[in-house]
Design a protein around this ligand. Structure first.
Ligand code: DON
Length: 588
């Protein structure tokens, strides 16, 4: 009996174990299938694994390519094109994905510029730059004595302009092929089911944890723990916000619960964005800046970005000097280019601002005659001075992110988008899970007072309700013989136009490959301060020669993260991501 009994017991136990195992397997299958159903995008794109992915720095693709600050965002964009979308579809999916996987700069709480050239030659410039709220005023960042309080224009909700990114993407959708809901889906899944973060992201989130907690009204997904590379970041509140946009379009962000949450967050740190500001925000279509340089046709963004005008001015100023014979980053080429930078940035401070509030003399500034006149006191090999070189007389009444897309048809998109500083104002909208910008600091808070990039400005860039702050973002496209050739851009505050300028000179004059041009060490002069900043790997011989000529030269960390795509002579899309970040390319 005992034996039998024990046999029965053993049998029962065996049966239970089998049953339990079966139950576990069934449960697992249910979870996996639910998870898969809930993830329609990643389920049908098994080659993209949010939990295991690699950075690809350079590759040429037969049909289409994306290059952005994060491998997952690039892969999402490329997959969207493989699914039948065009470069606009890919750009929208990439921007929303960056808002999840690259929270330091990818955003829905910031703004940016979308520059495109359709395969038929049509140019499109969408300005979705943040705007000053209705209750903003000229001296809002000054104390009673008239001194600037920079923390107010940098930290917390008081620093935020009205976000433009969601309208920017919805306007871009006019040129896309696939439904908007489908383009937002990958971002929702990345936020809801998480993705593995890189070491760079882990460090960034940890270093700002105290600021996130101080500047926001509630803890957030970012402040849950100390992060390390390989951890999975889940952002359920951001997923819910993205779902509201997916379901309701503009109203999912600028009205209803998301708008209420933004306005509530304002109370925590002196913000002034109202429901009315959000509802009234409009993106603007801007006519791009166009000019030629040595047989290449360059298209870039117009004010309120200063970038297009500045690169036009600088390239025109150096064009007569045969830069191709001077070598890259030599004393001869750097001193010439620095003198062009000095002059263009002096004009930026004086003449550039939101064109709806300030008459920007664009036509004159980018004319050949003006460039020639500006360089008439240039003496090769002699250091200039910003005390002598002022803005021209014109008589005419670490974090932003750039990404580029070129599709199979030849549509080219270049988008630079930002929260201004890395992680913006460090304020996460409670309940909505996204960071707000601190773009108000890009205004000139007082004439002659430098902003966080050391740039000064005056009346042209003063604060007025509804006005957009002057930007340096320079999304740029190039065509040759009316055919698409390059899409390029970079973050880096005021260094942006100079980086694009130097990148283009590296390609056109020094015949570098796109990747080499992007990775080459950069230098920067912005008129005031009267000093040249150089990246840490800049050639020592050139630094010493510049110092010997009387220039002040200071080494700085890295300047930006330039991403670009170039169409090679065989039609292949050669995509390159900057060595300076996690930037990564994808395509097919
Ligand atoms: O619009 C601008 O010029 C700045 N807000 C860009 C900021 C930026 O590039 C920061 N990146 N490192």
């Amino acid at each position: 009996m005992r034996k039998l009994g024990s046999q029965i017991i053993v049998m029962k136990f065996k049966l239970d174990k089998r049953k339990i195992a079966l139950l576990i397997v069934t449960l697992l299958c249910v979870v996996v299938s639910l998870f898969a159903q809930a993830q329609p995008f990643f389920k049908s794109h098994k080659s993209i694994n949010p939990y295991q992915y690699e950075v690809v720095k350079e590759k040429s693709f037969n049909n289409a390519a994306v290059t952005s600050a994060h491998p997952l965002a690039s892969m999402v964009g490329a997959a969207i094109m493989q699914d039948g979308g065009n470069a606009f579809d890919a750009a929208i999916a990439t921007q929303f994905s960056l808002a999840v996987v690259f929270p330091g700069a990818g955003n829905i709480g910031g703004g940016g510029f979308m520059l495109a050239r359709k395969a038929n030659g049509e140019l499109i410039g969408i300005d979705y730059r943040e705007a000053a709220p209705k209750n903003a005023s000229r001296d809002m960042y000054l104390d009673e004595k008239g001194n600037p309080i920079q923390s107010k224009s940098l930290d917390g909700a008081s620093a935020s302009g009205i976000p433009g990114s969601v309208t920017g993407m919805i306007s871009t959708h006019n040129y896309a092929k696939l439904p908007l809901a489908l383009l937002i889906e990958p971002a929702i899944e990345l936020a809801e089911y998480g993705f593995v973060i890189t070491e760079r992201e882990a460090k960034g989130l940890n270093s700002e944890k105290a600021n996130f907690l101080k500047n926001s009204s509630a803890p957030s997904a970012f402040t849950k723990r100390e992060w390390k590379s390989g951890d999975t970041l889940f952002q359920p509140e951001l997923a819910a916000t993205l779902k509201r946009i997916q379901q309701k379009g503009l109203a999912g962000f600028y009205e209803g619960p998301t708008a209420d949450m933004i306005v509530n967050e304002m109370k925590h740190s002196g913000g002034i964005i109202s429901l009315e500001d959000l509802k009234n925000y409009q993106p603007k279509f801007r006519k791009p800046i166009e000019f030629d340089y040595k047989g290449k046709h360059i298209i870039s963004f117009s004010p309120p970005s200063s970038g297009g005008i500045i690169i036009a001015q600088m390239l025109k100023m150096i064009e007569p000097f045969k830069v191709e014979t001077l070598g890259s980053n030599t004393i001869e080429s750097v001193s010439l280019m620095v003198e062009a930078q000095r002059r263009a940035y002096a004009d930026r401070a004086e003449h550039m601002g939101d064109p709806d509030f300030w008459k920007v003399p664009t036509k004159t500034l980018i004319s050949d005659a003006y460039a020639k006149d500006r360089m008439k006191d240039y003496v090769p090999g002699v250091a200039g001075s910003s005390k002598i070189t002022l803005a021209g007389q014109v008589h005419e009444s670490e974090q932003t992110t750039h990404f580029s897309v070129i599709d199979m048809e030849g549509n080219m998109v270049a988008i630079t988008t930002t929260l201004n500083d890395t992680y913006g104002n460090k304020t996460i909208v409670a309940g909505a899970g996204f960071l707000l910008n601190n773009e108000m600091d890009d205004f000139s808070v007082k004439p002659g007072v430098p902003n966080m990039y050391g740039a000064i400005g005056g009346e042209a860039n003063s604060i007025v309700p509804g006005k957009r702050m002057l930007s340096s973002m320079t999304p740029t496209l190039v065509t040759v013989d009316n055919k698409p050739y390059i899409s390029i851009g970079t973050p880096g505050g005021t260094t942006i136009p100079n980086q694009v300028f130097e990148g283009l000179v590296n390609i056109f004059d020094h015949k570098m490959s796109l990747k080499a041009a992007i990775d080459a060490p950069k230098f920067h002069h912005q008129w005031i301060p009267d000093a040249i900043g150089v990246e840490s790997d800049f050639p020592e011989a050139t630094i010493n020669a510049l110092k010997a000529k009387g220039y002040t030269v200071a080494k700085r960390g890295r300047f930006g993260r330039m991403d670009g795509i170039m169409i090679l002579s065989d039609g292949k899309r050669n995509a390159a991501g900057d060595k300076r970040g996690d930037d990564s390319v994808a395509g097919y």
